[in-house]
Design a protein around this ligand. Structure first.
Ligand code: HEC
Length: 97
């Protein structure tokens, strides 16, 4: 019984640690956009540099390019890790209306 309580306590701590507030999710998504998208857009698509203040506005297009068409990140050099995909997807799904 004691172990069960400890287990439940640990599981809820783990849940809180991964859940994230909307602000944290936004921050993490922005980090992905900065490190995996802007690095190229800065040179090759300067009208689409993702920032905190324009990422919501771009959410639909980002979703379409990354998760529907699979075009972005363009080319073979930049790849999103599983974690980065999840982070981006989670934030996008909460921000596409
Ligand atoms: C290696 C370069 C490169 C990387 C990395 C890259 N992009 Fe792009 N992206 C481009 C270029 C070039 C264009 C403009 C030409 C085009 O659409 O093919 C573009 C266009 C776009 C567009 C507009 C497309 C449209 O037709 O509306 C979006 C949205 C976009 N990128 C999102 C992203 C996201 C999100 C990431 C990161 C997950 C990313 N891109 C990573 C090069 C890149």
């Amino acid at each position: 019984m004691k172990y069960l309580i400890i287990l439940v306590a640990l599981l809820s701590i783990a849940h809180v640690a991964t859940a994230g507030t909307p602000e944290e999710d936004k921050g993490k998504a922005l980090l992905v956009l900065q490190t995996k998208c802007n690095i190229c857009h800065v040179r090759n698509n300067p009208f689409r540099i993702f920032k905190e203040r324009n990422m919501e506005r771009n959410a639909k297009d980002i979703y379409k390019q990354v998760f529907v068409k699979g075009r972005m990140p363009l080319g073979n050099e930049v790849k999103l890790t599983e974690d980065e995909r999840e982070t981006l997807k989670k934030w996008l799904e909460a921000n596409i209306h």
